[in-house]
Design a protein around this ligand. Sequence first.
Ligand SMILES: Nc1ccn([C@@H]2O[C@H](COP(=O)(O)OP(=O)(O)OP(=O)(O)O)[C@@H](O)[C@H]2O)c(=O)n1
Ligand SMILES: [Mg+2]
Length: 403
Amino acid sequence: MAIIVRMVEIPKEFHEALPILQKIEAAGYEAYFVGGSVRDTILKRPIHDVDIATSAYPSEVKSLFKRTVDTGIEHGTVMILDHGTGYEVTTFRTESGYQDYRRPDKVTFVRSLKEDLKRRDFTINALALAEDGQITDLFGGLADIRKKIIRAVGDPNERFNEDALRMMRAVRFASQLDFRIEDATMAGIKKHSALLEKIAVERSHTEFVKMMLGVDAENGLNIMLETNLYQHVPVLKDYLPQLQEIVASKFHLTNEAQVWSLLAFKFGFSAKQISSFLKKWKTANKIINDVILTTELLFSIAKHDVSNADLYHAGAANVDNAVIVTADQAKTAGLQERYNNLPIKNKKQLRITGGDLIKRGVLKPSPQLGKVLDYLEHSVVAGKILNQPENLVNAAINFLNED
Ligand SMILES: Nc1ccn([C@@H]2O[C@H](COP(=O)(O)OP(=O)(O)OP(=O)(O)O)[C@@H](O)[C@H]2O)c(=O)n1
Ligand SMILES: [Mg+2]
């Protein structure tokens, strides 16, 4: 049955898991490495999760090993802890139902590798690697990797109806791997783009961010526009001209905060708009905060008017973010150095405390105290007062006298 196209050397990331495959095979079943790790092996890309598929049923897998955990038993996944850090082994399966466009109503365990590979999303993800280095390629995945093509396994319409997230995965792989999406697959995405709305925002979020961080993100974003996928994720549909502008620019982002900051800046969003935008995308609060600070700094950079207070307020990480998003050395020259040379980086570095001011009799405990400390903080950052206890005390006294 198997069309064996190629032998590869088993990468070191798989070595620890080899005894698992050998044990399953010694018991008379089949076992393979599958999924993204096989694709990445051939592409010589770093391997993260190692997935194993087998013809043995979950109960049979469990009987072969001492320590197992039912991590996803209802869809056939058992984690094996006998060898190394723990590996997930999933029984070959077919899926049916998909009434909600995201998960099958029914999973059927099968003994045939072919049936298992047939239900996978793209040919490049439908390869199986045996313990001896043989690759089973039933759908032309190896040729597609060589030609840098993302092609649905079988009928793209069926694949996208089964799981609409796969449309975002296609775009993400196009960007991450610098691949082209094959015509029928592309047509399938155009036709079914609206199904993306059935998918939990968190899942689209993950794929969107991975896409924007890929080597060919401009192309990924462009495919979202061409296929109308952008109309079926939160907020983007109202900003086509701005998105086209981003597509036409060159950007190389390195973290999630930068992704959202680039969009928020181009969309001209205020802090309040950023917050509402990113809540719709279910973004973590820490990221929202960084995006607000980075975007504010981006506006100052665009106006060629960056004060020390702006840099101080943004903080080191967001100064770096703004420099990367701006992607124009002429506009950001010296900003990071200016940040590093700020007299203080946060309020705690002020060489006087509220308690000190009270002890020295500058003022009594009162709401005034906070105002005085804010004034000292801002004046030190602006370079108007030296961060030395005596200078700070004198400045506090003057401030109170003027007030
Ligand atoms: N919607 C999906 C998700 C996954 N898969 C299959 O399950 C494998 C593992 O899925 P996952 O780890 O989510 O993706 P990877 O392709 O491994 O990509 P990554 O490198 O990002 O993990 C995929 O390769 C693919 O064969 C699928 O057919 N449809
Ligand atoms: Mg994976």
